[in-house]
Design a protein around this ligand. Structure first.
Ligand SMILES: Nc1ncnc2c1ncn2[C@@H]1O[C@H](COP(=O)(O)OP(=O)(O)OP(=O)(O)O)[C@@H](O)[C@H]1O
Ligand SMILES: [Mg+2]
Length: 333
């Protein structure tokens, strides 16, 4: 009797645990789906809208290989995740790997896994990312940098949709969607002979090219607003907006680091040294290119705020009076 009770209690506990795990999983998935919904990819420019429309079409075909290109910080990973989490296989894993970060042998064992005894250190078998991804997606980031040997192995996987663990004899089906990304110019790599043409064509079936931010400056105001809201919430800041002259600077900046750079600039924007009781809002991009000009504009703004009192302005900016003069004169110190 006591045994029966214990068994029943164990059974109930097991089911309860299972239910709790399932619930957490669901919740996590919901959060991911919300975080990576297409509407989180901000921008209204025609080029971006077109890319997003093409990406949404990709979702209908779960095994279509996708190639996302774009400069650093343009949102390649964000788009890859949006494709995954908005598709029917979103409850399957999204596995990602930065291909350029690993030496060839390590990359190979990460991707393909190995059988026990495949090499001296292989004491246990290891399942690779292609298998781990299951029906989900495998995101091969920075694929432009992989060696020619790895390129042929990858080509084989894409063509046959099967793979073998290192040291294994069995062909294992690859069902996951392959999403590759690169910020290097593939065409020139192919020309130079460092990237296989056939693999390039295989990957390039559905190219999604995200334009650089400087090619779609009209998206900047929307992005600025989004990031201000985000960091206000995150750091309980009270930045309302940017002043027109700062917006002008933001619009004119080159943004070589693209949206990541813009996001970081806004994250670092600080109004603490200014008077918080005023509705004074200012965001400045802290990059080398425009730093002098921004410094000068910022100093002028503060000076205006304190009605031309240079001592006060210097105090607020935490600089000496002579340095303030130098900044006002030519922007640098
Ligand atoms: N359109 C967008 N709307 C909102 N946030 C964006 C957008 N594009 C990029 N971001 C944000 O910018 C940052 C950089 O994006 P992401 O990591 O996807 O870029 P990436 O192209 O993969 O860069 P890298 O080539 O350096 O790896 C992330 O924080 C991302 O959330
Ligand atoms: Mg990335």
């Amino acid at each position: 009797m006591a045994d029966d009770c214990k068994r029943l209690a164990d059974d109930v506990k097991e089911r309860l645990d299972g239910w709790r795990i399932e619930r957490s999983q669901k919740r996590f998935l919901q959060l991911q789906q919300r975080a990576y919904d297409f509407n989180q990819i901000i921008g209204n420019s025609p080029t971006l809208i077109e890319v997003l429309a093409r990406a949404k079409k990709v979702i209908e075909n779960p095994t279509l290989t996708v190639l996302i290109t774009g400069e650093t910080g343009t949102g390649k990973e964000l788009l890859a995740r949006a494709i995954h989490y908005n598709g029917n296989s979103s409850s399957s894993p999204f596995v990602d790997i930065a291909c350029s970060a690993l030496p060839e042998t390590l990359l190979e064992s990460e991707l393909f896994g190995f059988e026990r005894g495949a090499f001296t250190d292989a004491r246990e078998k290891k399942v690779g990312l292609f298998e781990l991804a299951g029906d989900g997606s495998i995101f091969l980031d920075e694929i432009g940098d992989i060696t020619l040997a790895m390129q042929s192995k990858l080509l084989k996987v894409i063509e046959s949709r099967t793979m073998r663990r290192l040291g294994g004899l069995q062909d294992i089906p690859v069902r996951a969607r392959i999403i590759a990304a690169t910020s290097v110019d593939f065409a020139s790599k192919v020309k130079a002979g460092s990237f296989r043409k056939d693999l390039y064509h295989r990957l390039n079936i559905m190219p999604l090219q995200i334009p650089a931010l400087r090619e779609r400056r009209e998206d900047i105001p929307m992005l600025v607003k989004t990031f201000i809201d985000l960091f206000n919430k995150l750091y309980t800041k009270k930045i309302k907006s940017v002043t027109p002259d700062v917006m002008q600077l933001l619009m004119e900046h080159e943004w070589e680091g693209n949206i990541r750079e813009l996001k970081h600039s806004i994250e670092r924007a600080d109004t603490d040294s200014l008077t918080p009781e005023h509705d004074f809002s200012l965001v400045v991009p802290l990059t080398e290119a425009s730093i002098e000009e921004v410094q000068r504009k910022l100093a002028l703004k503060v000076l205006e705020f304190v009605r031309g009192n240079k001592r006060k302005a210097a105090y607020i900016l935490r600089v000496s009076r002579p340095r303030l003069d130098r900044i006002l004169k030519n922007g640098s110190d």
